[in-house]
Design a binder for this molecule. Structure first.
Ligand SMILES: Nc1nc2c(ncn2[C@@H]2O[C@H](COP(=O)(O)OP(=O)(O)OP(=O)(O)O)[C@@H](O)[C@H]2O)c(=O)[nH]1
Ligand SMILES: [Mg+2]
Length: 323
């Protein structure tokens, strides 16, 4: 019979289990990696114990985010870059975030087909995640899985997200290098995404360079890159044909240049950025949850004050947060 007095023992054995499991994952045991990733993916009650076991091993991997409109060739490009990294002897973790709400077998199967480099290679671990409630965004589960694959000792973690709405900002938060993938014939998308996607890009890629209009898209992006506000370094703009591998070596060089320029000595900083993101998301979720549950911290009273002009919505939000 499980009883309250047994709880501490259970917690202790969970952490002992995780320490052993993390040890096996670090030896390259695929099944251990898979299990840890699954634990991270779902919010298991043992998560704190697992995070503790992962803690000492974090901060090695470079995280490269690939984002852009649907069908731009992100998966194909991730596959080509993975092959490149494998030839250089680097291990790779891939997280593909699928924005469709329920876990759709079709999309995930599609990722496997588009990423043949992930098959039958112990140096590559790939997981597709459904972003579910987080529309088009990067789900917190993906950020936890980054930690898992980082602790597994992967040299590079490649994160594929569809660039809509929130996700570009999220990718900017958690990726060390941000690659925005476009393709010819997406002219309207470029307009729509200029503000968000192009602002966060370290590297802009015109994929499908074998297609008509690639040169025009390249010029548009080069123009957008030069207009970018602020003091950040200008984004590199380059062409790839992911299906043949053309331009992948140049992309790899551009990614290395960003890494070399930015990451030296900031292991802790990287970890902290991901933790900050998780805390901010959890805080937002907590407030939404409280409001849904009716424990809304006097939201009606605040609403009345906003309606009568006595309080700005942002001030009301601050009051709500301070409760
Ligand atoms: N001609 C050409 N086709 C490409 C290239 N790269 C990808 N494709 C094709 O474009 C289609 C979409 O590629 P994906 O890699 O699935 O694109 P994606 O951006 O991952 O798509 P979603 O994940 O659905 O948003 C596939 O049929 C690819 O074979 C390229 O460089 N040239
Ligand atoms: Mg894809």
């Amino acid at each position: 019979m499980p009883s309250k007095t047994k709880a501490p023992t259970a917690a202790k054995s969970a952490s002992a289990d995780f320490a052993a499991l993390v040890g096996r994952m670090r030896q390259g045991d695929r099944r251990a990696t898979s299990r840890i990733v699954t634990e991270l993916e779902r919010l298991s009650p043992d998560l704190p114990a697992l995070m503790q076991a992962l803690g000492p091993h974090l901060g090695h991997a470079e995280v490269v985010g690939f984002t852009g409109p649907p069908g731009a060739g992100k998966s194909t490009l991730v596959n080509a870059y993975t092959s490149h990294l494998r030839r250089a002897g680097k291990s790779v973790g891939i997280i593909a975030v699928d924005p469709s709400s329920p876990i759709s077998g079709g999309a995930i199967l599609g990722d496997r087909i588009r990423m043949p480099a992930t098959l039958d290679d112990d140096g590559v671990f790939m997981r597709s995640l459904a972003s579910r409630g987080h529309l088009g965004g990067l789900c917190p589960a993906a950020v936890r899985v980054i930690d898992g694959l980082d602790a597994a000792g992967k040299d590079a973690i490649l994160l594929e997200t569809v660039g809509t709405g929130q996700s570009e900002i999220d990718v900017a938060e958690v990726a060390d290098v941000r690659v925005v993938v476009m393709a010819p014939g997406l002219g309207d998308d470029i307009q729509a995404m200029k503000a968000g996607l192009l602002e966060i890009a370290d590297i802009m890629v015109v994929n499908k360079a074998d297609r008509e209009g690639a040169e025009r898209t390249l010029n548009q992006l080069t123009g957008a890159a030069s207009l970018r506000a602020g003091t950040r370094a200008k984004a590199a703009v380059l062409k790839t044909t992911a299906t043949t591998g053309d331009g992948i070596a140049a992309l790899a060089d551009a990614i290395s240049a960003v890494v070399a320029g930015r990451l030296e000595g900031d292991r802790r900083q990287r970890r902290r950025r991901r933790a900050r993101y998780l805390i901010a998301r959890a805080a937002a979720d907590l407030i939404s949850e409280r409001i849904r549950a009716g424990q809304d911290g006097g939201l009606d009273a605040l609403a009345d004050k906003v309606l009568t002009g006595r309080l700005l919505p942002a001030e009301a939000a601050r009051t709500l947060l301070d409760k």
